[in-house]
Design a protein around this ligand. Structure first.
Ligand code: ZN
Length: 196
């Protein structure tokens, strides 16, 4: 299938950084049952923005950013919000895809790994979900807000954890934010949704 080589290379690099970054490897064991899955490909406008990003983050993240740019044309880009909820501008400049997990390019039920992107000046409103979550910045930065915590700017190489049902939000200001996000535990197969 088109894009299999690019997705496999991206998975290899994500696994490597997962093992070499303590905050990631402590989140949960890397799945041992990953197998390629046949899933659709869906293009969205944000994929074009990602493909032309000049910013590759920091030395530890630049190979992954490059691999995401090469895999972007083949990904099953997803948006879980409607124009009524977030507006057209948000939908034109945000998106994510599941690299591995219950519905990803590689199947496993033990951990879920996404690639996420928000372009400049987007406000990703408050939401929560049952699954525990770990964000990992790749390029650009986002201002993270989480219930009970100080706001924190997350950039390339930074990790941010959200416990089960901890409300959180994220805002990009003068910068885009390209990241990985991992989910584990109960509710892992649910959709990330903002409170309406
Ligand atoms: Zn979340």
């Amino acid at each position: 299938m088109n894009g299999q080589r690019e997705m496999t290379e991206l998975l290899r690099l994500v696994e490597a950084i997962y093992h070499s970054t303590p905050e990631l490897s402590e989140f949960g064991e890397w799945p041992s049952d990953l197998s390629p899955a046949q899933i659709p490909q869906k293009h969205i406008p944000a994929a074009n923005i990602i493909m032309s990003l000049p910013d590759k983050g920091v030395p530890e993240t630049q190979e992954i950013v490059q691999a995401i740019q090469e895999a972007a044309p083949f990904a099953n880009w997803t948006q879980t919000y409607t124009v009524e909820e977030v507006g057209q501008d948000f939908l034109d400049r945000y998106g994510y895809f599941e690299l591995f997990g219950p519905y990803g390019n590689f199947h496993t039920d033990h951990l879920r790994g996404f690639v996420g992107f928000w372009d400049t000046n987007l406000d990703y409103g408050w939401h929560d979900h049952e699954a525990e979550e770990l964000y990992f910045g790749l390029s650009g930065s986002g201002l993270f807000k989480a219930e009970g915590e100080e706001n924190r700017r997350i950039g390339p190489g930074d990790a941010k954890y959200h416990r089960s049902f901890q409300a959180h939000a994220m805002e990009t200001i003068d910068d885009h934010f390209l990241c990985l996000a991992f989910w584990r535990g109960s509710g892992m197969a649910d959709l990330p949704k903002m409170k309406s």
